[in-house]
Write a protein that binds this ligand. Structure first.
Ligand code: DAT
Ligand code: MG
Length: 155
C-alpha cells in the first residue's frame, strides 16, 4: 500500500517549550511516521496570510496570522499509509476546550493553550497536503519522492 504524505507543523507556543516540543516529536516517532523532511523556521506574516487564506475574514484570522509569525515553528513532511487522518487524530479537535473534553490525551488536549495557540497544524486532505508541503518545502518534489523514495520505504 502506498504511503501518504502530510504536512505537520509545531506552532510557536509549542516550539518555545522544549519539553512540549520533544513530547510532540515523540508522538510522531512512536506512531511510526517516517520523517521525510523537517525544518525549523520563522515565518513572515505574508506567508502566514497566504497559508491561511481560506480563513481570511474570520474573526480569528488576524490573531492567527500574527501568532504564527510570532516565533519559530517546526515543519515536517510525514509519511504513513494513513498520514493525514492519523496526524489529525493525534492532534485532536481544533478548539482546546473541546479537545480537553473529548480527547484529553491528544496533543491539543494535552498542550493546547487557547483556540489560537493550539500546538500543531495538520493538513486536512490530499489536495491541501500537496499545497501546504509546497509552501514549506519549495524544493521538495512530491512526484520524484513517489518515484524514487517511496517504493523503497513501504513495507
Ligand atoms: P485545524 O487547525 O484543526 O485544521 P482550522 O483549519 O479550522 O482548524 O483553523 C485553522 C486555525 O485557525 C486553527 O488551528 C486555530 C485557528 N482557529 C480556528 N477556529 C478558531 C476559533 N473558533 N477561534 C480561534 N481560533 C480559531
Ligand atoms: Mg485546517
Amino acid at each position: 500500500q502506498a504511503l501518504q504524505l502530510t504536512l505537520a507543523l509545531i506552532k510557536p507556543d509549542a516550539v518555545a517549550h522544549p519539553l512540549i516540543l520533544e513530547a510532540v516529536h515523540q508522538q510522531i516517532l512512536s506512531n511510526k511516521f517516517l520523517i521525510v523532511r523537517m525544518r525549523e523556521l520563522l515565518w513572515r506574516k505574508e506567508d502566514c496570510q497566504k497559508f491561511y487564506q481560506e480563513h481570511e475574514g474570520r474573526f480569528f484570522y488576524q490573531r492567527l496570522v500574527e501568532f504564527m509569525a510570532s516565533g519559530p515553528i517546526r515543519a515536517y513532511i510525514l509519511a504513513h499509509k494513513d498520514a493525514i487522518q492519523l496526524w489529525r487524530t493525534l492532534m485532536g479537535p481544533t478548539r482546546v476546550f473541546r479537545a480537553r473534553h473529548v480527547a484529553p490525551d491528544s496533543i491539543r488536549g494535552s498542550f493546547g493553550l487557547t483556540d489560537t495557540r493550539n500546538t500543531t497544524h495538520g493538513s486536512d486532505s490530499v489536495v491541501s497536503a500537496s499545497r501546504e508541503i509546497a509552501a514549506f518545502f519549495p524544493d521538495f518534489s512530491e512526484q520524484r519522492w513517489y518515484e524514487e523514495e517511496e517504493p523503497q520505504l513501504r513495507c
